[in-house]
Design a binder for this molecule. Structure first.
Ligand code: E4P
Length: 220
């Protein structure tokens, strides 16, 4: 399973790319609204930092507007994947852009059948939102299992990019079910790395090594 960072915060992206585990980045208008400066310039800097796909979302709501915005975003950098919402207009725009060779990440997917339609329209990535479903008491993992199942029965290019991740168990379950990509906020990536027993283990090894050093000094 590939790991994308779900953020537009460049310092976090720079830090975590150096960890050797980041395969791409996803942004959205909300994430970009939290950062200073020109969002287009920031997107280019993110593309230059990460060696993989960087999703940038359109804000137009009609197909024509999405298509022209999508072309403009794709021209910023070869890493850009155009993010388009799962609407009728979004499907029309996805069909046109994907036929031009522009990769589309269809976003705001909440059902297996929405994902199936997005794949049929030519989307390269399908983004089911887990956390927002759980927030309204709808079990997200049942939806994800059905989504992966329905796609398995067809011949689609699309990769399932699990989004709206709130905690490490979402990542674990997405991986177990066979999602192709998971995009996680920096906070969740830090939670995935840390374990109290690892910290205790490091501390114990260091303490014991001090005993060895003390013994060596006494013997010297
Ligand atoms: C990523 O592609 C999505 O825009 C993002 O994961 C949404 O997450 P949220 O539901 O926490 O806003």
């Amino acid at each position: 399973m590939k790991l994308f960072l779900d953020t537009a915060h460049l310092p976090d992206i720079e830090e975590m790319v150096a960890w050797g585990v980041v395969d791409g980045v996803t942004t959205n208008p909300t994430l970009l609204s939290r950062e200073e400066g020109d969002p287009r310039e920031l997107l280019v800097r993110i593309c230059e930092t990460v060696n993989g796909p960087v999703s940038a979302e359109v804000v137009a709501t009609d197909a024509e507007g999405m298509i022209s915005e999508g072309r403009e975003l794709a021209s910023l950098h070869p890493h850009i994947v155009v993010k388009i919402p799962m609407t009728i207009e979004g499907l029309k725009a996805t069909r046109v852009l994907s036929r031009e060779g522009i990769r589309v990440n269809m976003t705001l997917i909440f059902t297996a059948t929405q994902a199936w339609l997005a794949a049929k329209a030519g989307a390269r990535y399908l983004s089911p939102f887990l956390g927002r479903l759980d927030d309204i008491s709808t079990p997200s993992m049942e939806m994800l299992a059905g989504l992966l199942d329905i796609l398995d029965h067809g011949d689609y290019e699309a990769e399932v990019l699990v989004a709206s991740v709130r905690h490490p168990v979402h990542v674990l379950e997405a991986g177990r079910l066979g999602a192709h990509v998971v995009t996680v906020p920096p906070k969740v990536l830090r939670q995935l790395v840390r374990h109290p027993l690892t910290d205790i283990g490091v501390e114990k090894f260091l303490q014991d090594w001090k005993k060895v050093e003390a013994r060596m000094q006494q013997g010297a």
